[in-house]
Design a protein around this ligand. Structure first.
Ligand code: CAA
Length: 297
Protein backbone atom coordinates (compact mmCIF):
# COMPACT_ATOMS: atom_id res chain seq x y z
CA UNK A 1 0.00 0.00 0.00
CA UNK A 2 1.43 3.44 -0.91
CA UNK A 3 1.70 5.95 1.96
CA UNK A 4 -1.04 8.58 2.24
CA UNK A 5 0.42 11.77 0.66
CA UNK A 6 -1.54 14.06 2.97
CA UNK A 7 -2.11 12.90 6.56
CA UNK A 8 -5.10 15.24 6.90
CA UNK A 9 -6.61 14.29 3.52
CA UNK A 10 -6.82 16.35 0.33
CA UNK A 11 -8.83 19.55 -0.14
CA UNK A 12 -10.64 17.84 -3.03
CA UNK A 13 -12.33 15.64 -0.48
CA UNK A 14 -13.60 18.34 1.87
CA UNK A 15 -16.89 17.37 3.46
CA UNK A 16 -19.83 19.78 3.07
CA UNK A 17 -22.82 17.43 3.29
CA UNK A 18 -23.10 15.43 6.50
CA UNK A 19 -25.64 12.86 7.64
CA UNK A 20 -26.27 11.75 11.22
CA UNK A 21 -28.21 8.57 11.96
CA UNK A 22 -29.89 8.78 15.36
CA UNK A 23 -31.05 11.99 17.04
CA UNK A 24 -30.71 11.01 20.71
CA UNK A 25 -28.38 12.77 23.10
CA UNK A 26 -25.21 11.97 21.09
CA UNK A 27 -26.71 12.20 17.59
CA UNK A 28 -28.41 15.52 18.35
CA UNK A 29 -25.17 16.87 19.82
CA UNK A 30 -23.15 15.78 16.78
CA UNK A 31 -25.74 17.27 14.41
CA UNK A 32 -25.66 20.53 16.39
CA UNK A 33 -21.87 20.93 16.14
CA UNK A 34 -21.97 20.09 12.41
CA UNK A 35 -24.68 22.70 11.77
CA UNK A 36 -22.87 25.26 13.94
CA UNK A 37 -19.77 24.63 11.81
CA UNK A 38 -21.78 25.69 8.74
CA UNK A 39 -22.32 22.20 7.28
CA UNK A 40 -25.46 21.07 5.49
CA UNK A 41 -26.66 18.38 7.92
CA UNK A 42 -29.39 15.75 7.60
CA UNK A 43 -30.45 13.88 10.75
CA UNK A 44 -32.25 10.58 10.27
CA UNK A 45 -34.40 9.14 13.06
CA UNK A 46 -36.62 6.03 13.17
CA UNK A 47 -39.79 7.93 12.16
CA UNK A 48 -41.27 11.43 11.85
CA UNK A 49 -42.19 11.65 15.57
CA UNK A 50 -38.66 10.75 16.66
CA UNK A 51 -37.29 13.20 14.07
CA UNK A 52 -39.39 16.01 15.64
CA UNK A 53 -38.07 15.08 19.10
CA UNK A 54 -34.48 15.22 17.76
CA UNK A 55 -35.12 18.70 16.32
CA UNK A 56 -36.45 19.82 19.71
CA UNK A 57 -33.33 18.43 21.44
CA UNK A 58 -31.07 20.48 19.14
CA UNK A 59 -33.25 23.59 19.48
CA UNK A 60 -33.10 23.38 23.31
CA UNK A 61 -29.31 22.96 23.27
CA UNK A 62 -28.84 25.88 20.83
CA UNK A 63 -31.03 28.03 23.10
CA UNK A 64 -28.84 27.00 26.07
CA UNK A 65 -25.74 28.06 24.13
CA UNK A 66 -27.37 31.45 23.40
CA UNK A 67 -28.37 31.86 27.08
CA UNK A 68 -24.79 31.06 28.19
CA UNK A 69 -23.39 33.63 25.76
CA UNK A 70 -21.62 30.99 23.62
CA UNK A 71 -23.61 31.73 20.47
CA UNK A 72 -25.53 34.73 19.09
CA UNK A 73 -29.20 34.25 18.26
CA UNK A 74 -28.75 34.73 14.52
CA UNK A 75 -26.07 32.00 14.38
CA UNK A 76 -28.35 29.68 16.37
CA UNK A 77 -31.19 30.32 13.88
CA UNK A 78 -28.81 29.76 10.94
CA UNK A 79 -27.61 26.48 12.48
CA UNK A 80 -31.18 25.22 12.91
CA UNK A 81 -31.98 26.22 9.31
CA UNK A 82 -29.02 24.13 8.08
CA UNK A 83 -30.51 20.99 9.65
CA UNK A 84 -33.02 18.68 8.00
CA UNK A 85 -34.73 16.10 10.24
CA UNK A 86 -36.16 13.05 8.51
CA UNK A 87 -37.52 9.59 9.22
CA UNK A 88 -36.23 8.26 5.89
CA UNK A 89 -32.69 6.84 5.56
CA UNK A 90 -32.88 7.38 1.76
CA UNK A 91 -32.48 11.12 2.46
CA UNK A 92 -28.80 10.37 3.20
CA UNK A 93 -28.07 9.25 -0.39
CA UNK A 94 -26.04 12.36 -1.37
CA UNK A 95 -24.01 12.65 1.85
CA UNK A 96 -20.18 12.77 1.82
CA UNK A 97 -19.92 11.69 5.45
CA UNK A 98 -22.50 9.84 7.55
CA UNK A 99 -22.05 9.48 11.31
CA UNK A 100 -24.07 6.70 12.89
CA UNK A 101 -25.12 7.45 16.50
CA UNK A 102 -27.91 4.97 17.24
CA UNK A 103 -28.26 2.88 20.40
CA UNK A 104 -25.10 1.08 21.60
CA UNK A 105 -26.19 -2.33 20.29
CA UNK A 106 -24.05 -4.23 17.77
CA UNK A 107 -26.99 -5.78 15.88
CA UNK A 108 -28.80 -2.45 15.48
CA UNK A 109 -25.62 -0.66 14.39
CA UNK A 110 -24.73 -3.44 11.94
CA UNK A 111 -28.16 -3.13 10.31
CA UNK A 112 -27.65 0.63 9.91
CA UNK A 113 -24.27 0.09 8.21
CA UNK A 114 -25.67 -2.52 5.83
CA UNK A 115 -28.44 -0.09 4.87
CA UNK A 116 -26.08 2.91 4.52
CA UNK A 117 -23.81 0.89 2.24
CA UNK A 118 -26.74 0.47 -0.18
CA UNK A 119 -28.06 4.05 0.13
CA UNK A 120 -25.01 6.36 0.18
CA UNK A 121 -24.10 6.91 -3.48
CA UNK A 122 -20.60 8.46 -3.41
CA UNK A 123 -18.06 5.59 -3.27
CA UNK A 124 -15.60 8.00 -1.60
CA UNK A 125 -18.09 8.86 1.18
CA UNK A 126 -16.99 8.04 4.72
CA UNK A 127 -19.29 5.93 6.89
CA UNK A 128 -18.45 6.65 10.54
CA UNK A 129 -19.72 5.29 13.83
CA UNK A 130 -19.95 7.07 17.16
CA UNK A 131 -19.78 3.70 18.91
CA UNK A 132 -18.14 3.72 22.34
CA UNK A 133 -16.95 0.13 22.43
CA UNK A 134 -18.20 -1.99 19.49
CA UNK A 135 -15.36 -2.99 17.12
CA UNK A 136 -15.24 -0.74 14.04
CA UNK A 137 -14.20 -3.84 12.09
CA UNK A 138 -17.53 -5.49 12.85
CA UNK A 139 -19.41 -2.46 11.44
CA UNK A 140 -17.10 -2.20 8.42
CA UNK A 141 -17.66 -5.88 7.57
CA UNK A 142 -21.42 -5.20 7.38
CA UNK A 143 -20.64 -3.10 4.26
CA UNK A 144 -18.80 -3.65 0.97
CA UNK A 145 -16.54 -0.68 1.77
CA UNK A 146 -14.81 -1.46 5.06
CA UNK A 147 -11.89 0.70 3.84
CA UNK A 148 -14.18 3.77 4.12
CA UNK A 149 -15.57 2.89 7.58
CA UNK A 150 -14.04 4.60 10.62
CA UNK A 151 -14.87 5.29 14.26
CA UNK A 152 -15.58 8.94 15.16
CA UNK A 153 -16.24 8.89 18.87
CA UNK A 154 -17.61 12.12 20.39
CA UNK A 155 -18.07 12.95 24.09
CA UNK A 156 -21.15 14.06 25.97
CA UNK A 157 -22.12 16.94 26.01
CA UNK A 158 -20.90 17.12 22.39
CA UNK A 159 -21.18 20.93 22.02
CA UNK A 160 -19.00 21.38 25.13
CA UNK A 161 -16.33 18.66 25.09
CA UNK A 162 -13.54 19.14 22.53
CA UNK A 163 -12.39 15.53 22.02
CA UNK A 164 -13.11 13.09 19.20
CA UNK A 165 -11.42 9.67 19.04
CA UNK A 166 -10.56 8.53 15.49
CA UNK A 167 -10.58 4.74 15.29
CA UNK A 168 -9.24 2.79 12.32
CA UNK A 169 -10.04 -0.88 11.81
CA UNK A 170 -7.55 -3.18 10.05
CA UNK A 171 -9.36 -2.30 6.79
CA UNK A 172 -9.67 1.49 7.23
CA UNK A 173 -7.31 3.24 4.80
CA UNK A 174 -4.94 6.02 5.87
CA UNK A 175 -6.80 8.30 3.43
CA UNK A 176 -10.15 7.63 5.19
CA UNK A 177 -8.70 8.24 8.66
CA UNK A 178 -6.88 11.35 7.37
CA UNK A 179 -10.07 12.79 5.85
CA UNK A 180 -12.01 11.98 9.02
CA UNK A 181 -9.39 13.79 11.09
CA UNK A 182 -9.38 16.77 8.70
CA UNK A 183 -13.16 16.97 9.18
CA UNK A 184 -12.98 16.78 12.98
CA UNK A 185 -10.14 19.28 13.31
CA UNK A 186 -10.63 21.54 10.29
CA UNK A 187 -14.41 21.68 9.96
CA UNK A 188 -15.60 21.13 13.55
CA UNK A 189 -12.62 22.69 15.36
CA UNK A 190 -12.39 19.75 17.75
CA UNK A 191 -9.26 17.93 18.94
CA UNK A 192 -8.61 14.44 17.62
CA UNK A 193 -6.74 11.54 19.13
CA UNK A 194 -6.12 8.27 17.32
CA UNK A 195 -6.87 4.85 18.75
CA UNK A 196 -6.54 1.27 17.62
CA UNK A 197 -9.77 -0.70 17.19
CA UNK A 198 -9.91 -2.18 20.71
CA UNK A 199 -13.13 -2.14 22.71
CA UNK A 200 -13.40 1.11 24.67
CA UNK A 201 -10.67 2.77 22.58
CA UNK A 202 -8.61 5.12 24.81
CA UNK A 203 -11.13 7.01 26.95
CA UNK A 204 -13.75 4.39 27.80
CA UNK A 205 -11.10 1.72 28.47
CA UNK A 206 -9.90 4.03 31.26
CA UNK A 207 -13.19 5.68 32.28
CA UNK A 208 -15.64 2.76 32.43
CA UNK A 209 -13.74 0.58 34.99
CA UNK A 210 -13.67 3.68 37.21
CA UNK A 211 -17.45 4.23 36.83
CA UNK A 212 -18.09 0.53 37.53
CA UNK A 213 -15.90 0.70 40.66
CA UNK A 214 -18.06 3.59 41.91
CA UNK A 215 -21.24 1.54 41.25
CA UNK A 216 -19.75 -1.41 43.20
CA UNK A 217 -18.87 0.96 46.05
CA UNK A 218 -22.48 2.23 46.23
CA UNK A 219 -23.81 -1.32 45.82
CA UNK A 220 -21.81 -2.62 48.78
CA UNK A 221 -22.92 0.26 51.02
CA UNK A 222 -19.31 1.38 51.38
CA UNK A 223 -20.41 5.01 50.91
CA UNK A 224 -23.49 6.88 49.65
CA UNK A 225 -23.82 8.01 46.02
CA UNK A 226 -23.66 11.64 47.18
CA UNK A 227 -20.46 11.05 49.15
CA UNK A 228 -18.77 9.05 46.37
CA UNK A 229 -19.47 11.89 43.94
CA UNK A 230 -18.45 14.61 46.41
CA UNK A 231 -15.22 12.70 47.04
CA UNK A 232 -14.12 12.89 43.41
CA UNK A 233 -15.38 16.45 42.78
CA UNK A 234 -13.91 17.99 45.92
CA UNK A 235 -10.93 15.67 46.40
CA UNK A 236 -9.77 15.31 42.78
CA UNK A 237 -11.29 18.37 41.06
CA UNK A 238 -13.31 16.28 38.59
CA UNK A 239 -16.14 18.35 37.05
CA UNK A 240 -18.67 15.75 38.23
CA UNK A 241 -18.58 12.59 40.35
CA UNK A 242 -18.60 9.10 38.75
CA UNK A 243 -22.24 8.27 39.54
CA UNK A 244 -23.50 11.62 38.26
CA UNK A 245 -21.38 11.07 35.16
CA UNK A 246 -22.82 7.56 34.71
CA UNK A 247 -26.29 9.15 34.97
CA UNK A 248 -25.30 11.71 32.31
CA UNK A 249 -23.97 9.07 29.90
CA UNK A 250 -27.04 6.87 30.54
CA UNK A 251 -26.88 3.71 32.65
CA UNK A 252 -28.02 1.59 29.68
CA UNK A 253 -25.08 2.92 27.66
CA UNK A 254 -22.62 2.39 30.54
CA UNK A 255 -23.87 -1.22 30.90
CA UNK A 256 -23.61 -1.80 27.13
CA UNK A 257 -20.03 -0.47 27.05
CA UNK A 258 -19.12 -2.65 30.06
CA UNK A 259 -20.54 -5.71 28.28
CA UNK A 260 -18.51 -4.96 25.11
CA UNK A 261 -15.33 -4.47 27.17
CA UNK A 262 -15.99 -7.66 29.13
CA UNK A 263 -16.69 -9.62 25.95
CA UNK A 264 -13.40 -8.42 24.45
CA UNK A 265 -11.02 -8.70 27.43
CA UNK A 266 -12.77 -11.10 29.88
CA UNK A 267 -11.44 -9.04 32.81
CA UNK A 268 -13.69 -8.97 35.94
CA UNK A 269 -13.17 -5.22 36.34
CA UNK A 270 -15.19 -4.68 33.12
CA UNK A 271 -18.16 -6.89 34.13
CA UNK A 272 -21.32 -4.82 34.73
CA UNK A 273 -22.23 -5.01 38.45
CA UNK A 274 -25.67 -6.50 39.31
CA UNK A 275 -26.96 -3.14 40.65
CA UNK A 276 -26.26 -1.49 37.29
CA UNK A 277 -28.10 -4.24 35.44
CA UNK A 278 -31.10 -4.10 37.83
CA UNK A 279 -31.32 -0.30 37.39
CA UNK A 280 -31.32 -0.69 33.59
CA UNK A 281 -34.03 -3.38 33.83
CA UNK A 282 -36.02 -1.01 36.07
CA UNK A 283 -35.80 1.79 33.50
CA UNK A 284 -33.75 3.94 35.89
CA UNK A 285 -31.36 5.11 33.18
CA UNK A 286 -30.10 8.35 34.73
CA UNK A 287 -30.69 11.92 33.63
CA UNK A 288 -32.71 11.01 30.52
CA UNK A 289 -35.39 9.19 32.54
CA UNK A 290 -35.27 11.52 35.55
CA UNK A 291 -33.77 8.98 37.94
CA UNK A 292 -30.54 7.02 38.21
CA UNK A 293 -28.12 7.23 41.10
CA UNK A 294 -29.52 10.75 41.55
CA UNK A 295 -32.92 12.39 40.84
CA UNK A 296 -33.38 14.98 38.04
CA UNK A 297 -35.98 17.55 36.99
N1 CAA B 1 -23.10 24.90 23.63
C1 CAA B 1 -21.93 25.48 23.97
N2 CAA B 1 -21.47 25.61 25.23
C2 CAA B 1 -22.25 25.17 26.21
C3 CAA B 1 -23.50 24.56 25.96
C4 CAA B 1 -23.93 24.44 24.61
N3 CAA B 1 -25.08 23.87 24.26
N4 CAA B 1 -24.04 24.20 27.14
C5 CAA B 1 -23.15 24.54 28.09
N5 CAA B 1 -22.08 25.13 27.53
C6 CAA B 1 -20.87 25.63 28.21
C7 CAA B 1 -21.19 26.62 29.31
O1 CAA B 1 -21.31 27.92 28.78
C8 CAA B 1 -19.98 26.49 30.21
O2 CAA B 1 -18.87 27.17 29.64
P1 CAA B 1 -17.88 28.09 30.53
O3 CAA B 1 -17.26 27.14 31.52
O4 CAA B 1 -16.93 28.64 29.53
O5 CAA B 1 -18.79 29.09 31.15
C9 CAA B 1 -19.65 24.99 30.13
O6 CAA B 1 -20.23 24.54 28.89
C10 CAA B 1 -20.24 24.21 31.28
O7 CAA B 1 -21.66 24.32 31.24
P2 CAA B 1 -22.66 24.49 32.48
O8 CAA B 1 -22.31 25.73 33.24
O9 CAA B 1 -24.03 24.34 31.94
O10 CAA B 1 -22.52 23.24 33.36
P3 CAA B 1 -21.43 22.75 34.37
O11 CAA B 1 -20.37 23.76 34.64
O12 CAA B 1 -22.22 22.18 35.47
O13 CAA B 1 -20.76 21.58 33.50
C11 CAA B 1 -20.62 19.60 32.25
C12 CAA B 1 -21.53 20.54 32.98
C13 CAA B 1 -20.13 20.27 30.96
C14 CAA B 1 -21.48 18.37 31.88
C15 CAA B 1 -19.41 19.25 33.16
O14 CAA B 1 -19.88 18.82 34.41
C16 CAA B 1 -18.55 18.17 32.57
O15 CAA B 1 -17.73 18.42 31.69
N6 CAA B 1 -18.71 16.92 33.07
C17 CAA B 1 -17.95 15.76 32.62
C18 CAA B 1 -18.58 15.24 31.38
C19 CAA B 1 -17.83 14.06 30.85
O16 CAA B 1 -16.90 13.52 31.43
N7 CAA B 1 -18.27 13.59 29.67
C20 CAA B 1 -17.70 12.46 29.04
C21 CAA B 1 -18.62 11.33 29.19
S1 CAA B 1 -17.99 9.89 28.39
C22 CAA B 1 -18.66 9.97 26.87
O17 CAA B 1 -19.41 10.81 26.53
C23 CAA B 1 -18.26 8.94 25.92
C24 CAA B 1 -18.94 7.66 26.01
O18 CAA B 1 -18.76 6.87 25.10
C25 CAA B 1 -19.75 7.23 27.12
Amino acid sequence: MSPDPSPLGSAAHHVHRVGVVGGGQMGAGIAEVCARAGLDTVVCEADATAARAARERVAVSLERAVQRGKLDRLSAEDALARLLFTGDLDDLADRQLVIEAVVENADVKTEVFTALDKIVEDPEAILASNTSAIPVMRLGMATRRADRVVGLHFFNPVPVLPLVEIVSSLHTTADTAGRAEAFVVGALGKTAIRSQDRSGFVVNALLVPYLLAAVRMAESGYATAADIDAGMVLGCAHPMGPLKLADLIGLDTVAAIAESLYEEFKEPLYAPPPLLQRMVQAGLLGRKTGRGFHMYG
